[in-house]
Design a protein around this ligand. Structure first.
Ligand SMILES: *Cc1c(COP(=O)(O)O)cnc(C)c1O
Length: 397
């Protein structure tokens, strides 16, 4: 058995040559701002929006500076006002409650199941109690709930769903691309997501009013007719003077880097599935360790891997994380008392109301997480799973 894994959990693949060439071309002509165009030129940012609209099937796409910016913009574009209640699943990343806080709204957290998806009974209850008009549904770590049930509750209770697809870009539910169920969907192109421009994001929607408002919000000045996948200019007429500019535009350099990567995304998703399968195969049927159940209709993107140790005490899990780290296996634990790096839970977000969510607490207490960058091979995943298997087997209890 290999004693130590030597790979890096944070090393993504290099930017493909085609993307380097496209970026170099933008640098050479110098028109980096999306509205800085030569005569009859369609800039890379607009082309990227068209590509992403074609990829998802969304009618309208706005490219933005970050995924978090897209989330906050979606809330504003859907009319969320300061003081409004916004539902969200408690298992998510800090940019989600952050986006809700940034518009002055109140997050209403909903319980998480052992499958790491939103609890439908609690969602229905909290929707009724809070009267929220919006659910920001985060498909955290690629775990997507039964979207038919979500949309049924949404229709019943009269709320709009904004999907956070930072971890599901390239995935689908019952053959429908992730992000196509709700009123809007937001994606991230930050380095640790599925296509990499350092920072960046998308807002996708079929609603022309939401798309127009989001475009004006992003700081389009009055140049919105230059967008690649935006609504007709007449949609903007009623709102162009009343919508504030909160700049968050994508630039042509990042867009150029992203377009070849978007074309390669289906192939990346296939490779991630191979890595994720290798992890599951390596850890199946291990006493005390639960794999996360996945709905058969979900095609998830395996860019990260989670498992649960439901029967162990906090100090035992801390020890496990330490022992794995000494062997080069970087596990993140959602049950830690303090937020560490990217890993935090709703209890750490003191700016949001921290309700009692006993079910979520119980799930988080035993939840472990790791990245699966595409620089890993299946053999690497077998090695990592072997190390975790040995260390879990050695735990007390
Ligand atoms: C990364 C991420 C976002 C958006 O992040 P940005 O860094 O702002 O692009 C939103 N939700 C989740 C779950 C994420 O992981």
């Amino acid at each position: 058995m290999v004693h130590r894994f030597e790979g890096s959990f944070t090393q993504q693949e290099p930017i493909p040559e085609a993307a380097v060439d496209a970026a170099t071309e933008v640098l050479r002509h110098g028109r980096l701002h999306r509205y800085n165009l030569a005569e009859r030129e369609v800039g890379e940012a607009s082309l990227l929006e068209r590509d992403f609209a074609a990829f998802t099937g969304a009618r309208y796409v706005l490219a933005t500076t970050s995924g978090g910016y897209a989330l906050a913009t979606a809330l504003r574009a859907h009319g969320v006002r300061p003081g409004d209640a916004v539902l969200s699943n408690a298992f998510t990343l800090a940019p989600v409650p952050g986006a809700i806080a940034s518009v002055g709204a109140r997050v209403v957290f909903v319980e998480t199941t052992e499958s790491l998806t939103i609890d439908f009974v609690h969602l229905d209850e909290m929707a009724e109690k809070s009267g929220a008009r919006v659910l920001m549904l985060s498909h955290m770590r690629g775990h997507q709930p039964d979207m038919d049930r979500v949309m049924h509750i949404a229709r019943d209770r009269g709320f709009v769903v904004i999907e956070d697809c930072a971890h599901t870009m390239g995935g689908s539910w019952r053959g429908v691309v992730s992000g196509r169920h709700g009123g809007s969907a937001c994606y991230s192109t930050q380095t640790y997501k599925h296509i990499n421009s350092g920072e960046g994001g998308f807002l996708a929607t079929d609603d022309p009013d939401v798309a127009a408002r989001a475009t004006l919000l992003s700081g389009s000045y009055m140049l919105y007719e230059r967008h690649g996948a935006g609504p007709n200019t007449d949609v903007f007429e009623d709102m162009r003077n009343s919508t504030p500019n909160i700049s968050g535009r994508m630039d042509n350099l990042r867009a150029a880097i992203l377009r070849p990567q978007l074309a390669a995304l289906p192939e990346r998703v296939r490779r991630w599935a191979g890595l994720h399968d290798a992890m599951e195969d390596g850890l199946r049927d291990l006493r005390g360790l639960s794999l996360i159940e996945r709905h058969q209709d979900l095609m998830r993107v395996g860019s990260s891997f989670q498992f649960r140790l439901p029967d162990h005490e906090a100090n035992e899990i801390e020890n496990l994380v330490e022992r794995c780290a000494r062997r080069g296996v970087e596990l993140k634990w959602f049950g830690a008392a303090r937020a560490h790096g990217f890993t935090s839970t709703y209890r750490h977000w003191a700016y949001a109301d921290a309700p009692e969510l006993p079910q979520t607490d119980q799930v988080m207490a035993g939840l472990l997480d790791m990245r699966l960058p595409l620089t890993f091979s299946r053999g690497d995943c077998e090695t990592i799973a072997g190390i975790i298997r040995e260390e879990v087997t050695g735990m007390r209890g």
